[in-house]
Write a protein that binds this ligand. Sequence first.
Ligand code: GAP
Length: 465
Amino acid sequence: MGQQAPVQADVVEKLVSLCKQRGFVYPSSEIYGGLNAVYDFGPLGVRLRRNIRERWWRRIVDLRDDVEGIETAILMNPQVWVASGHVQSFTDPLVDCTGTCRKRWRADHLADERRARDKPADAPGCPECGGALTEARQFNLMFKTFIGPVEEDAAQVWLRPETAQGMFVNFANVLNSSRQRVPFGVAQMGKGFRNEISPGNFIFRLREFELMEMEFFCKPGTDREWHEYWCRERLSWHVDDMGVREANLRLRAHEKSELSHYSTATSDIEYHFPFGWGELEGVADRTDYDLKTHMEHSGRDLSYFDVQTNERYIPYVIEPAVGVDRIFITLLVDAYDEEEVRGERRVVLHLHPDVAPVQVAVLPLSKKAELTERARRIEHDLRGNFATEYDETQSIGRRYRRQDEIGTPLAVTFDFDSLEDHAVTIRERDGMTQVRVPIDGLHAALRDQLGTFRTRAGQRAHGGG
Ligand code: GAP
């Protein structure tokens, strides 16, 4: 192992540049100057996002008996958002600086913004320039658009700010078309849109982002128990499935003043970002708020009849909700490391082997055809079983460094000896150790080594290794 250097506070800036250079994240429509708080994802970013989604779906839907997956539309009947309370209450308090900088702030973020600039949290005036601030006014975060050719109120619809409402309005459909009984959950993932006043910190707070949410319907009175259960379950997923270090996570119960309009209790799973503790996931007790309000507004019966107890009730809902982009930045920050290796700086992402965009890189030692042809064939053979990449550009040292930077656990090198001994070298990311293995035993050797990586990722996440 190389000697560890302390990770600097500017790790987010370093990640912004690494992400662009290596093809994880690009500013959206960059050739036109970009669009604030909207990003595109490159070849490696897409792989990482797919892994995040797949691991979430596997744990929340595939491995359980009591959760069904659905996909609902981004555009919904506008009455949904009236009933849900979003038209009335999905607002942030906004203040404007009347001084020199003229910046716009969220009134409830002023203290944090001042602290971030090394100013007293209760200092009067604008966090940036100290200028006077206007009175707070409420600003609705939903984006509006119009159905059809005429931009009139009657044609107005909203881009959904959460996927949750799609699951509430389909509660009866799922209940009647599946064999689920309460308690059970409905899960989905998809894009959400919020006209955030103060987006920022790279992809931490975006205007277009992707949500993964699950509404767990349970009997009133059992909701607190389920809330605790889902807090534990989701924390465990971040640590065990994503490999996030437990020491950087905490569970924080919302103060009354922070609660969303629909919730009586919410706990955030927070991550210790370089810019402070920030929400990674929210686990909310939404009570019967949503089903009740949709019953009232739609006139449809969304109550549940329990045939075992002969009781009719409106289920309560526990909702774990997390953003793919939020997990994405968390994984990168948590995995980022810099080391001194033989006088040179090595950047390495210690990603869990099941989320790493590339699991096995295949590298011919040189560009000579006798090596590249065989190496390509090996990479083709591995494709069905591992996330692979073939790379023949640059020196082998630089290619190893690139794989370290994108978090690839294993690199297979085909060299001139391979032509004679029918063996290749496997080099691993964290300790940079190398072993020689016969090509006909390569699959098994890679499977074993990835298994070792999984164990190590678990130890790292739980505070060992
Ligand atoms: N349905 C509940 C709900 O939407 P939320 O706490 O507003 O709850 C859930 O959002 C999660 O979505 C957050 O914990 C965060 O991971 C992610 N998220 C929220 N706003 C975001 C934004 N502007 N950009 C990126 N991710 C966001």
